[in-house]
Design a protein around this ligand. Structure first.
Ligand code: SF4
Ligand code: SF4
Length: 433
């Protein structure tokens, strides 16, 4: 695609990066067929190619974001299916991230939208605030039907509906410290405890730590780590996202200095995609660029790391049929497609893959709150495809997908690592008890 940025515009490194990306697009439109919003809404402006044109126009003319551009960029799930499909290697992720930051800086959203975004950015990245909010949601739930009737407040209604009826107690295993391996040490890793996941389902990190310890791996919960920044990054709140990234880079760099790390283990693929991008996000910060690149190189999804270990024979023969849902951040963001299925098969599960596996379930960070109508359509389509497999349960590697699919599916939805931990001698996942 031809571009016409001026040298003055290209002096901005963010614009220069986006210009490089735009020039790679050859308008072929292959990406439209796999874009969930295009498939759902049928509007070219809700396709990757349409959004690329909107972003190009906005950036090239150096203008503030307008209502139409914001509407169609907001509807993008950042699922990155378009990147998997694109034959020209267009890095849509970096382009849309730049567009979102530009929107945040130049566009004044309506008041309810600003309020809900500020609320999400204040609550979600902090486990104690998130836990308190979930407990309060119990009192708000009776009003969710009322809130749904007011267009600007529908996200609040969606939030209340997604909140679980009970909040599990915080896990002691999430406290900073070291979890020593059983027997001889074969490795040393840090684990990202995360923000929303340990509140919604502390059992995921507990299963990860227990399994890795039994396999001879020491697991460190580093002091000072926190939310990866993905939630605010996808809202265009760049400074907040970069502050989270720097905090984590510092926490993990200290651990690298103190005893070395073989990997930084991530159990939510949405976080994994962002942490693997820290090197890019902090490339312009001389104090952090190198450290961030090292952290990104060490970041591994738990299944990616497990696939590098010598695994023993499973302790039980579960024999259950599992529908494996590959989160977009897993398959499109990190290109991890093989390992989770191979690990489950090796552990004794029969793995089935739902049709249209490339399509997002509609969770996408805060998307199911901000865009509840499109999100519900995608969720129902996903659940229908999962049900058609005839599986007894669903396995996936991202807490957002677990919450989204479980809100409509009749089957238990379990994190992949919880099934692996069970098969290799750990506790049976609570959803199966
Ligand atoms: S990230 Fe997903 S929703 Fe957004 S344009 Fe690409 S395929 Fe469509
Ligand atoms: S598939 Fe790639 S090159 Fe083709 S229109 Fe989409 S982004 Fe552009």
């Amino acid at each position: 695609m031809q571009t016409s940025f001026t040298p003055a515009q290209l002096a901005d490194p963010h614009v220069a990066e986006s210009e490089k990306i735009l020039r790679k697009c050859v308008h072929c439109g292959f990406c439209t067929a796999t874009c969930p919003t295009y498939v759902t809404l049928g509007n070219e402006l809700d396709s990757p190619r349409g959004r690329i044109y909107l972003i190009k126009d906005m950036l090239e003319n150096g203008r503030a974001a307008d209502r139409e551009t914001v509407l169609h960029i907001d509807r993008c799930l950042s699922c990155l299916a378009c990147m998997t499909t694109c034959p020209s290697g267009v890095n849509y992720m970096h382009l849309v991230d730049h567009a979102r930051a530009h929107i945040e800086q130049t566009y004044k959203r309506p008041l309810p939208d600003r309020f809900i975004r500020a609320l999400l950015a204040f609550v979600l990245p902090y486990p104690s605030r998130f836990r308190a909010a979930l407990k309060l949601a119990r009192f708000g739930r009776p009003f969710s039907g009322l809130l749904e009737k007011v267009a600007g407040l529908r996200p609040l209604s969606a939030m209340l509906k997604l909140a679980p009826a009970a909040v599990p107690p915080a896990s002691k295993m999430a406290l900073p410290g070291s979890h020593a391996p059983d027997g001889e040490r074969r490795g040393r890793v840090a684990i990202l405890t995360g923000c929303a996941q340990p509140v919604l389902d502390p059992g995921i990190n507990e299963a990860t730590i227990s399994l890795l310890n039994r396999l001879g791996v020491e697991v460190i919960v580093p002091e000072g780590e926190g939310c990866c920044g993905a939630l605010v990054h996808h809202m265009g709140r760049e400074e907040q996202a970069l502050a989270s990234a720097r905090k984590n880079v510092d926490a993990w760099t200290r651990q690298i200095g103190q005893g070395g790390l073989d990997a930084i283990i991530i159990t939510a693929s949405g976080c994994g995609t962002t942490i693997k991008d820290y090197g890019f996000m902090l490339r312009l910060d001389p104090a952090y660029a190198q450290k961030a690149a090292r952290v990104s190189a060490l970041a591994k999804d738990v299944t990616e790391y497990l696939a590098t270990l010598d695994l023993p024979q499973p302790a039980i023969a579960p024999g259950l049929t599992v529908a494996y849902h590959s989160a977009c951040s897993m398959q499109h963001g990190q290109k991890i497609t093989r390992q989770p299925k191979e690990l489950l098969t090796r552990a004794g599960f029969v793995v089935r893959e739902p049709r249209e596996g490339h399509l997002c379930c509609g969770s996408a960070g805060t998307y199911n709150i901000m865009q509840p109508e499109i999100s519900a359509k995608l969720r129902d389509r996903k659940v229908k495809n999962i049900s058609a497999t005839g599986a007894a349960l669903v396995a996936t590697g991202n807490i957002g997908c677990i919450t989204q699919i479980a809100s409509a599916a009749k089957l238990p939805v379990v994190h992949t690592v919880e099934l692996l931990d069970w098969a290799y001698g750990g506790a049976q996942p609570r959803q199966l008890q």
